[in-house]
Design a protein around this ligand. Sequence first.
Ligand SMILES: [Zn+2]
Length: 263
Amino acid sequence: MVLIPLKAKASGITVYNGIDYSSVYDFDYYVSRYPDIAYYFGNDPQGALTHFVTFGISEGRQGRENVVVQTPAAGQGPLSGFTVILDAGHGGRDPGCVRNGVYEKNVNLSIVMKTKAMLEAQGATVLLTRPDDTFVSLEYRYCFENIHPEAVFVSIHCNALARNTSVSGMSAYCYMPGNEKSFDLAACVYSGAVCATGAKDRGIKTLSDLKVVYYSTIPAVLLETGYLSSTAEFPLLTSPEYQDLIAAGITNGILTYKAMSEL
Ligand SMILES: [Zn+2]
């Protein structure tokens, strides 16, 4: 089990949303860092040793989700000892964009599973925010990131436009202030995927406010792999062969990132 590497400090808040936080870590830290959506992980004061998140302090919502802690065995290879979290966008009741009866959530998961196999073949430890077609919230996803400080995070999505079938290509999103390695990760993963597929290069958007990159404390990138709304790209994104190319490109990008971080 991995706990975020921040020691508990005396918290002025011990009970919130009816939950006693007196024995858990760093509530103040998260409230100060993330004033709009505070969340928290720690040992469950109700007894079970687990990670959990509560959210919705300023949104007027309240919720609690247990965050599953995964500890898969590490493999042998150039990525041995390196952990990658793969995040298949959407899932369950949230299909993402839908074109011609194809749900984005399923394309995302398919690309993630292919990428997982390729990364593991290189020795990486791979964690998934969702291994199947289940709904997980954005809060769950970024808490999952932040309870794995040793990992890097890659979120996989497809794009769509409402009334345009000609726009195509890849783009990537990251947020760096306080998390400078995110741009390096984005550059490696994005250029790996663009090179492997030959997709149109739409660029990397920095300072993104997408939650899974904005709230991450580990290097994080969200990759938009292409447009399901594109007449040209739809058959590619839904083909196993093209998904293999995307997965291979991401894997190459991770290999480059790891080599770069060791310089
Ligand atoms: Zn999406």
